[in-house]
Design a binder for this molecule. Structure first.
Ligand code: HEM
Ligand SMILES: CC(C)=CCC/C(C)=C/CC/C(C)=C/COP(=O)(O)OP(=O)(O)O
Length: 293
């Protein structure tokens, strides 16, 4: 048994279950929320336990998603090599892992951070691992718009961890990720449409076609342009952030325009990658602005 547990290949399969790259950005946004929540520096122990607790719970949510979607993952080119469809891990191993990792995460939040953060993180877990995965994803092309609410929670969790409250500033950051999620996901869905069609999932390009999806991406990036300026409008950030947000969001809008006019899978793929750098850079700008201006 211990030989199996210590096997390096098995460990990397468990790590893969947690969707580590997605969770890294989730945790990054939560940590930025922690630093923005206070004029000085947040207590190091709170930052430490909140980061680990939110990261573990998010990883557990991703593992539950992998468990529930293993049959779907098996028919999509992008996901068929994941630990469950490839047979590297069993459902039982995944349930046990998700239960332990999520349980430890929530325990740390309750014991060393505060109960509000634990409950909000638990609600985020339920929102993604159950409501989005089981109910919304197979039911409606608006799945990621509604489900995006749980993906938008990380800065709120960070803020709650440090202050025990969820003020309007935290909700502005929620709004930014909420409006960012559709162009993030639909850019990928455009060049993965065949995958989603084969899996029978009602993603927007499958149900409404590529051109409609590209129009919606443009609308959301314009919305994101406006929403990304709100931290400045609300006096939460200064001119350094304003310039960064306008530049980053402007490039996103231009990319959406280009995708609408001259579509190629390569452009959609690079726009998807841009969406990830966009969020990381926007949140970094919030942080730099917070301490420098
Ligand atoms: C409901 C909301 C969301 C949906 C439906 C969604 C969908 C996706 C999908 C399908 C992928 C490709 C994953 C893969 O190839 O394994 C992806 C990648 C990614 N997502 Fe999202 N996403 C959402 C929210 C978020 C949020 C909130 C963040 C971070 C704050 C995020 C960060 C990332 C990152 C960093 C990647 C790249 C992973 C890699 O390079 O392997 N996503 N997303
Ligand atoms: C508890 C907590 C803080 C949770 C954070 C919420 C979270 C994990 C948000 C990210 C959402 C995500 C990984 C979407 C992938 O979509 P998908 O599952 O449809 O993608 P797939 O096709 O690659 O499985």
């Amino acid at each position: 048994m211990s030989a199996v547990v210590l096997d390096k290949g098995v460990v990397s399969q468990f790590v893969a279950l947690t969707k580590p790259r997605v969770v890294s950005l989730v945790v990054f946004c939560a940590v930025i929320g922690m630093f923005l929540a206070t004029p000085g520096l947040p207590a190091p122990d709170v930052v430490f336990f909140a980061t680990i607790g939110i990261g573990l719970t998010a990883g557990s949510a991703a593992a539950v998603n992998c468990l529930i979607e293993q049959r779907i993952d098996a028919v999509m080119m992008r996901t068929r090599r994941r630990p469950l469809p490839s047979g590297a891990l069993t459902s039982m191993q995944t349930v046990t892992f998700a239960f332990i990792v999520g349980g430890v995460g929530l325990f740390l939040l309750h014991r060393f951070v505060n109960p509000l953060t634990m409950w909000l993180t638990f609600a985020t877990f339920v929102g993604y691992a159950l409501i989005y995965t089981v109910w919304l994803k197979p039911a409606t092309p608006q799945n990621i718009v509604i489900g995006g609410a749980s993906g938008a929670m990380p800065p709120v969790l960070g803020w709650a961890a440090v202050t025990g409250q969820v003020p309007v500033e935290a909700m502005l950051l929620f709004l930014i990720i909420f409006v960012w999620t559709p162009p993030h996901f639909w850019s990928l869905a455009l060049y993965r449409t065949q995958d989603y069609a084969r899996a029978g999932l009602p993603m927007l390009p499958v149900t409404h076609g590529a051109e409609y999806t590209r129009k919606m991406i443009l609308r959301y990036t314009i919305g994101l342009f406006v929403v990304s300026l709100l931290p400045y409008a609300f006096g939460m950030s200064g001119p350094l952030y304003l310039l960064s947000a306008a530049g980053l969001s402007g490039v996103f809008v231009l990319r959406a325009v280009r995708m609408l006019r001259h579509y190629s899978d390569a452009l959609a793929r690079s726009t998807f990658k841009y969406s990830i750098w966009y969020l990381a850079a926007l949140f970094s700008a919030l942080l730099v602005d917070h301490y420098l201006t």
